[in-house]
Design a binder for this molecule. Structure first.
Ligand SMILES: NC(=O)c1ccc[n+]([C@@H]2O[C@H](COP(=O)([O-])OP(=O)(O)OC[C@H]3O[C@@H](n4cnc5c(N)ncnc54)[C@H](O)[C@@H]3O)[C@@H](O)[C@H]2O)c1
Ligand SMILES: N[C@@H](CCO)C(=O)O
Ligand code: NA
Length: 441
């Protein structure tokens, strides 16, 4: 069959990302044609409301509210609607109609990616999704292709731009949480419902995709242990600084003895770790592999244009396959490693405790910690800042309140939970002010 001189491209969704995808397809049409070896003709844009105001670059004649009919007349379908339905049904219909698909939809892939991959394998078409993890940063392809001859041990990522922006604004400008979230929404970083960002669902979806790729194991979002940043206070941020750390929302994927572990939670990152310097809405993925050693991928993980860059890269790849015949590499045939139970995950912890400042308290705390099998790495006793209401309170024995900052060696999550409960029970402990994991050291 002769190579096609043009390929029909359908765009589903015309929001923050879709508008930028359309712009690049239109403005760079000639360059894209020479890279692909065929023209990429944008044949239609499916939208929810045809009458809604749009960017001037969007030709109203391209708009349709009938996404299903549009995918039937396309060679390549780009999905930037988001969410599970109708995106899944539309993509499966596109694949069944013989189109290759490109999507930025991590929520769908983390829930049900294998259904799409299997359908695409059977139909002999591609499913590409570089934009779904860490936006513009090439990370899916490096893991899937460049590092596929190596053995990845650990992936540590800042993969949500909104939360990194919020934590960074709180750290460097003392901004309030809600104010920083509103700014991230205005800048086009946040999901339609920013709860997905601040509660860690978006990062958990990306962790599931990264863990699946890195460990050739099927990991879904329900396998990911998740905690967002809504409980992080200005105090936590200030104490992180005092102890030489910065708080980041991390996605951590590891191959452990118990199986594949994937978790998302805020963590204290030492200031000398490369991830500590990732500011604003930037993302970074830090990989430890057996032969390659440490690698870090850094760039813009959110925003319309950066995400559109990754989408267009995939569009060119799948278009080239159609011009040359064939398709790209399929997803790994899953080795089926077990998923590690959350209680088995091991990390270091930092606890801040308000305690009565009298002799013997430190020994009591240390004894309770060691009784639960957790080992202490360091203890610091510090005076509470004057403005803290506890600084002037006096216990029944006439003692004032001091702050203990305890850092543990690696401990299992289950042991740490027992330790915290036992500490909270001690008479001398007035308050467990925070318990944060320490990663990257
Ligand atoms: N914004 C980012 O920085 C970013 C980065 C990476 C990935 N993503 C992903 O890209 C996708 C799109 O994100 P966005 O930020 O552009 O969201 P958005 O809310 O700005 O755009 C989605 C658009 O889809 C439209 N839509 C909803 N239902 C539709 C339907 N049935 N048919 C046609 N259109 C429909 C909505 O009206 C909206 O305009 C999501 O999967 C998101 O997770 C976004
Ligand atoms: N809402 C996401 C967009 C990129 O997936 C973020 O803030 O990173
Ligand atoms: Na990416």
């Amino acid at each position: 069959m002769p190579a096609p001189s043009a390929l029909r491209v359908a765009l589903l969704g015309c929001g923050v990302v879709g508008t930028q995808v359309a712009r690049l397809l239109i403005e760079q049409a000639d360059d894209l044609a020479s890279r692909v070896g065929a023209r990429l003709d944008l044949v239609g844009i499916a939208v929810r409301d045809i009458t809604a105001p749009r960017d001037a670059i969007i030709d109203p004649a391209l708009l349709t509210e009938d996404a299903r009919a549009l995918v039937e007349r396309a060679d390549i379908v780009i999905e930037v609607i988001g969410g599970i339905e109708p995106a899944r049904t539309l993509l499966l219909h596109a694949i069944a109609s013989g189109a290759s698909v490109v999507t930025a939809n991590k929520a769908l892939l983390a829930e049900d990616g294998p259904t799409l991959y299997r359908a695409a394998d059977e139909a002999g078409v591609d499913v590409y999704y570089e934009a779904a993890v860490a936006g513009a940063i090439p990370i899916v392809r490096p893991i899937r292709e460049s590092l596929t001859g190596d053995r990845i041990q650990r992936v540590l990522g800042i993969v949500n731009g909104t939360t990194n922006y919020v934590l960074d604004q709180m750290t460097t400008h003392g901004l309030a949480f809600d104010e920083a979230v509103a700014q991230a929404q205005e800048l086009g970083y946040a999901e339609a419902d920013p709860t997905a960002d601040v509660e860690g669902f978006d990062a958990a979806a990306k962790a599931a995709i990264l863990a699946s790729l890195a460990f050739h194991t099927r990991v879904t979002i329900s396998d990911v242990q998740r905690e967002g940043i809504t409980k992080i206070t200005a105090d936590d941020v200030a104490w992180a600084k005092q102890t030489g750390h910065v708080i980041k929302l991390l996605a951590i994927c590891e191959a452990t003895e118990a199986g594949v572990s994937a978790r998302v939670h805020p963590a204290l990152v030492p200031l000398d770790h490369p991830l500590a310097g990732v500011r604003g809405a930037f993302n970074a993925v830090f990989i430890e592999a057996e032969a390659a050693g440490e690698l870090m991928f850094y760039g813009r993980g959110a925003g319309g244009a950066p995400t559109a860059s990754a989408v267009l890269g995939d569009v060119v790849s799948v278009a080239r396959h159609r011009v040359l015949g064939g398709k790209g590499p399929a997803e790994s045939h899953y080795a089926g490693l077990p998923i590690a139970a959350p209680a088995t995950s091991r990390t270091r912890y930092q606890m801040r405790l308000a305690v009565s400042d009298r002799p013997g308290v430190l020994a009591q705390v240390a004894q309770v910690v060691s009784a639960t099998g957790v080992s202490i790495e360091a203890v610091r006793q510090v005076a509470l800042p004057d403005q803290d209401s506890r600084a002037t309170s006096v216990g029944s024995d006439g003692s004032t309140v001091a702050l203990l900052v305890i850092t543990t060696h690696h401990a299992a999550e289950s042991a740490l939970a027992q330790t915290v409960a036992a500490i909270a029970d001690l008479d001398a402990v007035q308050d467990v002010m925070s318990v944060l994991r320490v990663e990257g050291s």
